[in-house]
Structure formats: structure tokens, C-alpha cells
Design a protein around this ligand. Structure first.
Ligand SMILES: Cc1ncc(COP(=O)(O)O)c(C=O)c1O
Length: 359
């Protein structure tokens, strides 16, 4: 079950979507940038044509922005979700190793591609060598490991060296890796973390990115993958060529030329991280997973009635992400998007009122 089901929340609560405070989807509250809105408006006049199936305009922006030497190493999708699906379908792994808890689409895409799913619980210290140990004893050639960095829902972010060590070892054994960097744009140290520059050396690695979160276009949808050109060629040969519509291409081309918006996002996020650490992080009844991108995970003490908290928030039109549908988590975990300071404060006070009533 996904977050962000705003139309369902509205229907259920008798509110309009505008009256819902949705903390269950992790979307940048500063967006979409004005340049993106303007690009969409300008592109509307061309919707009587089919979209460019090569996505040439947006791909050239992406190669410049991410310093990708070969444009044929890039493929686009209708959100990162489609990029994940295309990748898994093309690689046709026998087994897909998913580090749990995890975004549900990895498992869904694996099953659609006929692969069996191996759930690997993440250890408390997030050590990745644990993953290699788990994959190692099996005949692994052609298997796929999914690494989501920064990780949803914990926010954990692996350093480049640690991630590369594991990917190189997997690669040496013919194991593919899908590195989902859908939330990487929110890291101000992104340039030192992303694995995009390493794809040209590691033929077995596909890096996935999303524009929907950072640039706040989940309803329009755009994502892309970076992989070896041979992999990209095979993916392009076996897909719906029109899935990335003209407006999404125009929006993404504008989005990935933004610099001021990105800086402003990082500034807002740095301040909100401090605020969250000083509020949620100071509560003894709550374990805060330190925020690293635009959401945070908390674990409520077992003596707190988590269901009453969630219901109490929903009665006020506030929707957070219940985590009982994530493997390895339960209903005492809640994930919250980081929104505007005013909304973050509103959530905090609503939560505290409910907590004080319960304790
Ligand atoms: C980790 C992760 N990857 C990918 C996606 C899908 O993103 P998109 O909206 O670009 O399809 C999500 C959506 O929540 C996500 O959490």
C-alpha cells in the first residue's frame, strides 16, 4: 500500500484534496518550480503531436546536468516506478534480492518479471557486507540486488565507498544491481554520493532517479535510468515508446536546469532537519531515525497506542504513512514527509496533544 493516496483520503474523510495535509507522500513543498509550470504551459500547444519517443531534449539536459558522456546510457520513464519495472523486466533475473524494509514496487516488478524475491532484512547497523554474505552462497549469476540509496523509509544513506565495494563484488560475480536514487536530489552532498558516474565502469549497474519528489510533479511523472548503452538499447527495444508524454518531457527538461530552486530546497531542508531533531528527536517515547532527506521515520514506544494516534491525526485531516505494510516494520513505525515549517509544526503539535492524552 502506497502513501499519497490523497483522493482516497479525501473521499474517506469527506474533505476536498486541498483540505488534506498529506505527510504520507514525500513531495517537495517548495515545488513545482515556476520554470516547470511555465514549461508545461508552453508545451500544451504541441499536444496534438505524439511525444518525442527519443526524449532527445530532456536527455540532453540530463547528460549535461549529470555529466554523462554517452546519451545512449540514459533512458526515461513515466516516473521511477516505470524505470524500475523496465529494468527488472529487461534483466530477467532469476532472483531479486530486496533489502527490507523497502519500497513495494521492487517486489511487484520482480514478480511481474517472473523472478522470485529474496527478502534480506537490513541489519540495525545498515552494514552492506551483510547483503553480500547473504547473496554469496547461492548460484548468483544473473540475479539482481536492489539498493535504495538514500533508503526509504529509514532515510539511511550509504557512503559511496561502501556502496561501490558491494557493487564491485556483486558485479565480479555477474550479479546485477539496481540502485534506486529517487531521493538523492535532496542531499546537498549529492555529487559525492550518486553512483551515476560509475555506471560506465560497472556494466551490471543501473541507477534510477525520479523527478517526481524533488520537483513536485508526481501527478505528471518523470524518472530516468542510467545504464550501460547495451542494456539501454535492449530496454528501448521492448517497451511502450510513448509512456513519457510531451508535458512530462518538457517539465523534466526545465526541472533539471534548475539551480536556484535546488539551493533553496536544501536550505529549507537543513533548517527543518534541525527542527525535527530538536522536537521528535528529544522525545523519550519516540525513536527518531535521523532525517537525511525529505522524510523521517519514527518508532513509537510499544506502550503507545499507535492506531489511536494515526486515527486522531486523520480526524484532523492529517495523513502520515503507516508502516505496517513494510516488511520488517510494524504499526508502531510512522513515516512523515517533511513539509513547510508551518505544516511540520502543525503535525508536531497535533501529535503531542494526542500523545499527552494517551500517556
Ligand atoms: C524509493 C522509491 N523509489 C521510487 C519511487 C517511485 O517514484 P516515481 O513517483 O518517480 O515513480 C518511490 C515512490 O514513492 C520511492 O519511494
Amino acid at each position: 500500500m502506497h502513501g499519497g493516496r490523497i483522493y482516497e483520503y479525501a473521499e474517506r474523510s469527506g474533505r476536498t484534496p486541498d483540505e488534506i495535509l498529506d505527510f504520507s507522500a514525500n513531495i517537495n513543498p517548495l515545488g513545482p518550480p515556476e520554470s516547470v509550470i511555465a514549461a508545461v504551459h508552453a508545451a500544451v500547444k504541441d499536444i496534438q503531436h505524439y511525444p518525442d519517443t527519443r526524449q532527445a531534449g530532456v536527455k540532453s539536459v540530463l547528460t549535461y546536468r549529470f555529466q554523462i558522456e554517452d546519451i545512449d546510457a540514459v533512458f526515461c520513464g513515466n516516473g521511477a516506478a516505470e524505470v524500475i519495472d523496465l529494468t527488472v523486466r529487461q534483466l530477467r533475473p532469476e532472483r531479486v534480492y530486496v533489502l527490507e524494509p523497502a519500497f513495494l514496487e521492487y517486489e511487484t516488478a520482480a514478480r511481474r518479471a517472473g523472478a522470485s524475491v529474496v527478502h534480506v532484512p537490513l541489519p540495525d547497523d545498515f552494514s552492506l557486507t551483510h547483503v553480500v554474505d547473504r547473496v554469496h552462497p547461492r548460484p548468483s549469476h544473473g540475479d539482481l540486488v536492489v539498493l535504495n540509496n538514500p533508503h526509504n523509509p529509514t532515510g539511511h544513506c550509504w557512503g559511496r565507498r561502501e556502496a561501490l565495494e558491494v557493487l564491485e563484488e556483486l558485479s565480479a560475480r555477474g550479479v546485477h544491481a539496481l540502485v534506486d536514487e529517487s531521493f538523492m536530489d535532496f542531499r546537498w552532498d549529492e555529487d559525492g554520493l550518486t553512483l551515476i558516474p560509475f555506471v560506465k565502469h560497472l556494466k551490471t549497474v543501473v541507477v534510477v532517479r525520479s523527478a517526481t519528489k524533488m520537483y513536485a510533479i508526481p501527478g505528471l511523472r518523470f524518472g530516468f535510468g542510467v545504464a550501460h548503452p547495451d542494456t539501454v538499447r535492449r530496454i528501448e527495444a521492448d517497451r511502450d515508446h510513448w509512456s513519457v508524454n510531451h508535458l512530462a518531457q518538457a517539465a523534466a527538461a526545465a526541472a533539471y536546469q534548475e539551480t536556484e530552486f535546488v539551493q533553496r530546497t536544501w536550505q529549507w531542508l537543513k533548517a527543518e532537519h534541525e527542527h525535527i531533531k530538536g522536537t521528535w528527536g528529544a522525545l523519550s517515547a519516540v525513536r527518531l531515525f535521523p532525517p537525511s532527506v525529505n522524510y523521517f521515520l519514527v518508532h513509537l514506544d510499544s506502550n503507545i497506542d499507535a492506531e489511536r494516534i494515526v486515527q486522531g491525526l486523520e480526524e484532523k485531516g492529517i495523513y502520515v504513512r503507516r508502516c505496517d505494510s513494510f516488511r520488517c516494520l510494524d504499526s508502531h513505525y510512522l513515516r512523515m514527509a517533511i513539509k513547510s515549517h508551518m505544516h511540520n509544526e502543525y503535525l508536531w503539535h497535533a501529535f503531542m496533544r494526542l500523545l499527552n492524552q494517551l500517556l
